[in-house]
Write a protein that binds this ligand. Sequence first.
Ligand code: HEM
Length: 449
Amino acid sequence: MNIATSSEPTITVEIDDIQSGALHHRPTPYVGKYVFLRVDDRHAGRDLLRRLLPTIDSGLPTPNPNHDAWVAVAFTWNGLHALGVPQDSLDSFPLEFRQGMAARAEAIGDVGDSAPANWEPPFGTPDVHLAISAIAPDQARLEAALARARTALSERPGVAVIWEQDVHLLPTGRTTLGFKDGISYPSIEGTGIPGSNPQEAPVKAGEFILGYPDETGNLPPMPQPEVLGRNGTYAAIRKLHTRVAAWRQYLSANSASPEEEALLAAKMIGRWPSGAPLVLSPEQDDPELGADYRRNNDFLYRADDDRGFKCPAGAHIRRVNPRDADIIGQTRLHRIIRRGTTYGPPLPEGVLDDDGADRGLIGVFLGAHLDRQFEFIKIDWVNDGNFIGYLGEKDPVAGQTHGTGIMTIPEQPIRRRIQDLPSFVVTRGGEYGFIPGLRALRWLADLET
Ligand code: HEM
């Protein structure tokens, strides 16, 4: 496909063959559901796929409001195996995908409470085969999308629903820790879909979609046959429990006033609760800026805050996307697309005691290279501080700090160093999924092995 008019960007990527959920930003507000399935009989699995196919939208723009809701499907390596994908094709997937996230846990920092031994079933077991997500701007449209998928998902012998998770934007419009999310995302070259930072050039399509050159100028390794790999992408799917009471207790214990507390939390995240970035509003929150999508991600670090006096180099958003920072390596090789959604009830404002409820984030991180995108970010940027010159420091929000975390906050005349950071996030489970293109889905449904 090659659509171009004088006012529109050139579309060079086959967006009509890419799953909408892989390409399009989720709506705000949103409600959604994730479902995991196990395929016990390959013929039943393929039959389910055939019935599911009409419910899966492509990335083509459409004026139909029902299409604000999308259904997407991903497969684990075990799932492809269960569907009867031939062995030479299974062998052509990258090692980390074949192994699955549980096998990579130690390297990516899922240890202690976050170790696979403590994961919520069926995460990390060979039973997770298909992951289906349905996300919509409201309950009515979610129900409509689910109704479309329900016929396909109705229980039949040979296929079983083994896990379900509802997600929703909290009434506050924030995540469980109290911060707005989903602000920063890259533009994918050739899709016509704009990114949120006007200062970031579109990232080569091959960083996110298989079958196109990536930032190195090469085609990313693609599973075979081509019909299966092309227009697909990988997803790291994570259930991340947030320890909100511990977060509030830590902020309160390390601050002398509510204002100091708010500033400390912002220094750890890199943004204020409204989403206003510290780089553009270093002293206090600016809800108008936070709500303005044209301005709330329009900044760089080297140019705007080289020494981190506004946003520390160790802040979550600066670690996971250092933008133009002067660090070793090319930051553009480690971009990911996030499809994060919130689950569980909010912890009421002002409550400092844990109420035992499960709340957090279903994080979905997309890219064509699990190893140098999701895994690299986890290993080198979230759970290591070397790259910013802070040996031994980890991401204060998403890092596995286990009560011994440290974070340096540059300040005049001397820097502040906060200590004894607990882990505020516990991994409840994770899976690597492959999100095939639409032709590939048909190929999978029509397998004759
Ligand atoms: C429960 C754990 C986490 C929480 C509460 C959290 C929270 C946030 C928040 C509030 C933002 C700012 C919103 C935005 O810029 O769009 C953000 C941005 C981001 N997060 Fe996380 N995050 C978590 C885990 C992770 C993990 C594990 C990764 C990577 C593997 C990650 C990668 C990112 C990226 C790439 C951005 C955008 C940064 C930018 O482009 O400036 N996050 N996160």
